[in-house]
Design a protein around this ligand. Structure first.
Ligand code: PEP
Ligand code: MN
Length: 382
């Protein structure tokens, strides 16, 4: 059970103290506190863990300082959707809104290579009205002999160039807690010209210690990729590892699952599950068509497979698209075969927009028919 307290309540407040005294006396229940400091409001949730089925939602709602109460089911306690659960499905970070209702595109380099290519990428994004990107400094690779990313040494120029071109959020993978500290330090030293969304890659979806440390910090939102060889349920529980440590600014990313049944694509596209993740949880959902498809192959209609996969995700309601681009794909140090050249960016963005509009129209259509169904049911009941 989760008690959501009145906004801006402080521990020194009488109501708060009375509430805590009462809760500490409940048998077989222990408490976990979540504080979130927003721009204007500070929000506190108290998670009651243990034998909560004897507690009445109505009684808990009447306790001092409590604004609302959510009875959670066992699955996905923090990020799940529960009955009468009005907790948000959105968050803001560095001026960018992330939600289960909207869509942000993160086109960018799979791996940072030279400052020149980073600048060409950033400039192209700015010229196409974009404020988000992806840039890998720490690359988990199959072979220990392959390029592992430039690491902390590239962070200052990446952040400065992002600031120069008005990029507000960079999705950047971290594979170790020291990477979070290095990003923090580099942002601080460069004067916070941009923001970072910490990405947990598919190979680390069940790296529980990494999840716990990344979940414990509240400076950066998190993009958690679905594990490529585990069930959706297991990956959604991985999101709980982040959230139960305190960070609820999580986006869940689908990127295809590892199976030869997806051949000739790099992975088997799983974007029909966008709808499932949105139904089960409050997380905005990202799709990564580049790592799902793995090539620049085209269909006879002239549309890239990557764009077809993107469209599948967006029509299903995806809220974020992560896509590999490169000024010179043949020179990319990582994942060149799937990187799209910058010349394709305007078409890619227009295609995404077109499908997103279709998605919104489908939502309106469904709402209209839902209203019709309610009218019909009411008429039948008379
Ligand atoms: C990536 O986005 O660069 C990446 C390595 O993705 P994934 O973890 O999905 O393979
Ligand atoms: Mn990659």
């Amino acid at each position: 059970m989760i008690l959501i307290l009145k906004p801006n309540i402080r521990p020194s407040n009488d109501d708060y103290q009375q509430l805590m005294a009462y809760l500490h006396n409940l048998p077989n229940i222990h408490l976990r506190l979540h504080h979130e400091q927003g721009h204007e409001l500070s929000l506190t949730e108290i998670h009651l863990i243990g034998t909560t089925n004897q507690l009445s939602v109505e009684e808990m709602r009447r306790l001092p300082a409590v604004q609302s109460v959510v009875r959670v089911s066992e699955r996905y306690r923090v990020m799940g959707r529960h009955k009468e659960d009005n907790r948000p499905t959105s968050f803001r970070y560095n001026g960018v809104h992330f939600s289960q209702e909207n869509l942000n595109v993160f086109a960018g380099l799979c791996a940072v290579d030279t400052p020149e290519y980073v600048e060409l990428m950033m400039k192209s994004l700015r010229d196409n009205g974009q404020v988000c990107t992806r840039m890998g400094a720490y690359k988990p690779r199959t072979s220990p002999y392959a390029f592992q990313g430039h690491g902390k040494q590239c962070l200052p120029f990446v952040f400065e160039l992002a600031g120069k071109y008005g990029i507000k959020v960079i999705a950047m993978e971290v594979t170790h807690e020291s990477h979070v500290a290095e990003i923090h330090e580099a942002l601080h030293r460069t004067g916070y010209p941009t923001g970072v969304m910490l990405q947990i890659g598919t190979r680390n979806t069940q790296n529980f210690e990494l999840l716990k440390t990344v979940g414990r910090q509240q400076n950066y939102p998190i993009l958690l990729k679905r594990g490529y060889g585990i069930s959706l349920d297991e990956s959604l529980h991985a999101a709980e590892y982040l959230a139960s440590e305190g960070n609820q600014k999580i986006i869940f990313g689908l990127r295809g699952i590892k199976s030869n049944l997806g051949d000739p694509h790099r992975n088997l596209v799983d974007f029909a599950q966008v709808a499932v993740v949105k139904r089960l949880t409050r997380m905005p959902v990202c799709v990564d068509p580049s790592h799902a498809i793995g090539s620049r192959d085209k269909t006879p209609d002239g549309i890239l497979d990557v764009m077809h996969a993107t469209a599948q995700g967006v029509i299903a309601g995806a809220n974020m698209v992560l896509a590999d681009f490169h000024p010179f794909p043949s020179k990319a140090l990582v994942d060149g075969p799937q990187a799209l050249p910058l010349e394709v960016l305007p078409q890619f963005l227009e295609d995404v927009q077109l499908v997103h509009e279709a998605c919104l129209r489908r939502r309106d259509l469904a709402r209209r028919y839902d209203a019709e169904t309610l009218k019909y049911e009411a008429a039948v009941a008379v």
